[in-house]
Design a protein around this ligand. Structure first.
Ligand SMILES: Nc1ncnc2c1ncn2[C@@H]1O[C@H](COP(=O)(O)OP(=O)(O)OP(=O)(O)O)[C@@H](O)[C@H]1O
Ligand SMILES: [Mg+2]
Length: 393
């Protein structure tokens, strides 16, 4: 797929922008702080309904504005769809497909698919489990957009059940509290099992792509592997080589219910929910050691890169090819890894690349760049694009 047109209004440093894009490569060049990442962040938001840099939407709205708008015309195997989203300060976000409002923003998921490489990716290897859960869940949702609803149901039930655990744990437990907790256990297990089954299926499917991507980036290094980590699932479920079964969801729901019952006393004592996908992680392994805490800086970078490349390969092998977004990544890479990434990117249907200086763009990807600059004074400063700026070709 590719983005044919992009429009921004009051998104971060962009007051207003209308961009025509083509398949193939587009390079955005500009000095630090001019708004290049903001542009890719906006596109990533349309694909995932989240930013790769911040957890909340507020920083995405241009300072002083009430709402931000991002819109794109997406072409997928000849079929064109327009998606728009409006981020509102202090009110619910709203989305449109082909200019008609949809009931919930998450209905636009799946229309635009992207894989974004960014300097923040190092956190996939070095950061908290939450970073890796987000990686898994975003990729699961790209494969199965209806999972966004399951994730949001799970989060809601988790919040409500945790609140109940806190109050019920503090007071003398009434019979009513405990039977309410039983009901919440049922809801939690129901949503958790769908999410777990998708995560396990993803790890199984991603594994060969990840291993292959890592080999091509760092052939001299030890082999890379991934495995789902969970304290409450039986070990056979955690083996990435295990073929997912059609009745996994039912089996996982039963396991969840059993484990929740077993953890009940401890959960009431501690007032937190101790069982469920919100506690899980993705193990990243190099040779026979965990990457986190053992891998060198270069190896960690290669692993992060291999996870993204693996995700791109996986999505491409089973559905439409996602738009590749490369945010300032080449400057961080040595020559071999630059070449490996550049080779994949050069063959992509559409790749959008940002860099501060032309030398950071590998020759395979060089294209007449669009220059991103900032104009205006203080609060009226805004990013803008200068087409094919002289001196940058
Ligand atoms: N909500 C906002 N309103 C207005 N400006 C913002 C907002 N959020 C970020 N900015 C501005 O956007 C700029 C950063 O943009 P961005 O991260 O896209 O830069 P960049 O071109 O990618 O730079 P670098 O080369 O350093 O990565 C900063 O100057 C910041 O002040
Ligand atoms: Mg940037």
């Amino acid at each position: 797929m590719f983005i044919r047109a992009l429009s921004l209004r009051d998104f971060r440093s962009w007051e207003h922008a209308e961009l025509e894009l083509s398949p193939g490569r587009t390079v955005f060049l500009g000095s630090n702080g001019n708004g290049k990442t903001n542009l890719l962040e906006a596109i990533g938001y349309l694909a995932t309904l989240g930013s790769h840099r911040v957890a909340a939407d507020a920083p995405l709205i241009r300072m002083g504005a009430q709402r931000a708008r991002i819109g794109a015309t997406v072409v997928n195997t000849g079929r064109e769809l327009r998606v728009d989203i409006e981020l509102n300060q202090g009110a619910a976000n709203r989305a449109q497909i082909n200019r008609s409002p949809v009931r919930r923003p998450r209905e636009i998921l799946g229309i635009l698919q992207t894989v974004l490489f960014a300097p923040e990716d190092l956190a996939l290897v070095r950061g908290d489990p939450g970073e890796r859960r987000r990686f898994l869940d975003e990729l699961c949702t790209a494969r199965l957009p209806r999972l966004a609803g399951v994730r949001s149901d799970y989060d809601r039930v988790l919040r409500q059940r945790s609140a109940l655990l806190k109050t019920a744990g503090r007071q003398a437990r009434s019979r009513a509290d405990l039977s309410t907790l039983d009901v919440w256990d049922g809801h939690l297990a129901e949503h958790a099992s769908v999410l777990l089954a998708e995560r396990l299926r993803l790890v199984h499917d991603l594994y060969p792509h990840l291993a292959q991507s890592y080999r091509s980036i760092a052939p001299e290094s030890r082999p890379a592997a991934i495995a789902y980590r969970s304290a409450y699932l039986p070990p056979e479920f955690l083996d990435p080589a295990r073929e997912p079964q059609s009745d996994d969801t039912a089996a996982l729901e039963e396991i969840m219910l059993r484990e929740l019952a077993a953890a009940r006393t401890k959960e009431l004592e501690r007032g937190v929910c101790l069982v469920g996908p919100h506690r899980d992680d993705l193990d990243l392994v190099l040779g026979d050691a965990p990457a986190k805490g053992f891998a060198s800086h270069g190896e960690s970078w290669s692993f992060a890169l291999a996870l993204r490349l693996g995700a791109f390969d996986l999505l491409r092998s089973t559905g439409a090819e996602p738009v590749l977004l490369l945010d300032d990544v080449f400057a961080e890479l040595d020559r071999r890894r630059r070449t490996a990434l550049a080779e994949v990117a050069a063959g992509a249907e559409q790749v959008l690349i940002t860099a501060a200086v032309p030398e950071d763009v590998p020759a395979e990807l060089a294209a007449a760049p669009l220059r991103v600059e900032t104009t205006g004074e203080s609060t009226h400063r805004t990013s803008r694009i200068v087409e094919h700026a002289p001196g940058f070709a």
